[in-house]
Design a binder for this molecule. Sequence first.
Ligand SMILES: [Zn+2]
Length: 221
Amino acid sequence: MESISVSHVAHFSTVGVAQFCIVDNINPIHESYDLKIVFPEGYPKEIPTVTETKHTIPRDPDFHTYDDGSFCLGSDIQLKGVISETPTVSGFVSKILNPFLYSISYRLKYHVFPNGGLAHGETGLIDDYEQLFDVKGKLSVLSVLEALGKRKRVANKIGCPCHCGKKLGACDFRSSLIKWRKLDKRRWFREHLSKSFSPVKIPKRKKRRPKVSKKPVKKNS
Ligand SMILES: [Zn+2]
């Protein structure tokens, strides 16, 4: 059995169904799936969608699969970043789809994800962006996205997401944002921020609460 090759996928640059086999040399898994892959018109800026059509993979957030069988392949910015580096069909397959299918197949076979698994939903997104942007905490992730949604000159005035206490414009951290800015327009980042995250209430000032020992709750009979 062979792994996915370009010839398998070259004929469905817009929409198509294909059988995929995943092979990994360390823990070989041989599996095939019927997939519908759609490369949107806006590719590589827009992310392709992949749907598993035979219901082999549970349509469950735990398997990063939505009710309609489409996959949650990863966070938008991570995917856009990988795709922008190799904006080809084979690049998408080898760098995004193949690893995704491998990890799902591994989970189906061994009941755990190969690398401990990723959280899904907003928590997964924040975990992912913390790594991607090299920051800690939801607030920092959101302020990176806020910065990416503004003109550089305006973004430089916000507090730096790296917790240095300076303005973004006064910290080297701003140069790490250049590569993300290239991925899309400022409006996209603003929409991503408002659509994908629940708002955070910023505490005015943290006061240390005295530790209160929990009293056992009396049961009302
Ligand atoms: Zn900083």
